[in-house]
Design a protein around this ligand. Structure first.
Ligand code: NAP
Length: 302
């Protein structure tokens, strides 16, 4: 059935009554399943443990780490954070990662961004043992999804696809447009969707006419980092809209809010399903990280 027809069931006076995809609810369901798997591992004497590393002081990173730690605790996953001094440098950080790679009780490693400007993210991602790469960012992990080995996929991409899967849409043969083709979000989303049987078009800054593509899609994913990039006139009535963007915007009264890449109000008038920002991809990304943590620990079981 076409998404347009399904959304029509909720049609009200000629307008589509969009459904907000609740990322917090999707994440809660995932955490319940993760908790069962973590308990099984603990029973077997193989407790999953995440080692998280950050560099220097950054209040928003610290808040994010506290949220990750709380979410991990709610599933029974151990979470240890190491805050390194700004002076650690690339070699020092990689040394620490090697130490954690060799620590048997650590089953998953994450590095909190931003790192220091003199540190190559790519070198750090390569240094993490792929078996402990629960962010799914090591080139080996990204390569695996090309071969349909999806279990340790990049968390944000996995989360975005999970949100589409929470709708009644059948992904097989679904026309999907991915706007943005970064290594950590856009490209992995495209591969994950292809593995689900979707027909995927990937758009980027050189795409000649973005709206021509987005208007014919049953589902549109956006991961660019541009406020208001996707507007209601650019989508098909009844389409699903998954907003991955995170932008901090200061209003005229001086308050700062977080918004996505999608113009929510105009898209909500036309969409069948839409994710909010915040409360959409973000919470599911943390749940995807925890699911990767149990997958990595399960794979280490003898
Ligand atoms: P990125 O590496 O900067 O990539 C942005 C992508 O957008 C590039 O592929 C770029 O294409 C494309 N692009 C730029 N202008 C465009 C335009 N006008 N039309 C279409 N495509 C355009 O960013 P990223 O790391 O993928 O992150 C994207 C957004 O997602 C950011 O807002 C980021 O904060 C957010 N994010 C969210 C989460 C989460 O958990 N929710 C996690 C990670 C990132 P070219 O390379 O061709 O220029």
């Amino acid at each position: 059935m076409q998404p347009q027809m399904m959304a029509n069931a909720d049609e009200d006076a000629g307008l589509f009554r969009h459904k907000i995809i609740d990322g917090k609810a999707v994440a809660k369901g995932m955490r319940a399943e993760i908790a069962v798997r973590a308990a099984r591992l603990i029973e077997q004497g193989l407790p999953p443990k995440i080692a998280s590393i950050s560099i220097g002081d950054n209040p928003s990173v610290d808040l994010y780490i506290r949220n990750q730690k709380k979410a991990a605790a709610s599933t029974g996953i151990d979470f240890e954070h190491l805050k390194l001094d700004l002076t650690v440098g690339e070699a020092g950080l990689i040394e620490k990662i090697k130490e954690l790679n060799a620590t048997p009780s650590v089953t998953g490693i994450i590095t909190q961004r931003p790192l220091a400007p003199d540190i190559s993210i790519k070198k750090v991602q390569v240094a993490i043992d792929p078996t402990k790469d629960i962010e799914g960012m090591n080139p080996a992990s990204i390569g695996n999804i090309v071969y349909n080995d999806l279990d340790l996929g990049p968390c944000t991409a996995v989360a975005a696809v999970e949100l589409l899967k929470s709708t009644p849409l059948n992904l097989q043969g679904l026309e999907v447009v991915m706007v943005g083709h970064s290594e950590i979000v856009g490209k992995p989303v495209a591969f994950l969707l292809m593995s689900e049987g979707a027909t995927v078009t990937v758009c980027h800054h050189m795409t000649r006419n973005l709206a021509v593509h987005t208007r014919r899609a049953d589902a549109v994913f956006v991961a660019v980092g541009k406020v208001g990039l996707l507007t209601g006139d650019m989508i098909k009535p009844g389409a699903a809209v998954i907003d991955i963007g995170i932008n901090r915007v200061t209003s005229s009264d001086g308050t700062t809010v977080t918004v996505g890449d999608v113009d929510f109000d105009s898209c909500a008038e036309v969409a069948g399903w839409i994710t909010p920002v915040p409360g959409g991809v973000g919470p599911v990304t943390v749940a995807a990280l925890l699911r990767n943590a149990v997958v990595a620990a399960e794979r280490m079981a003898p």
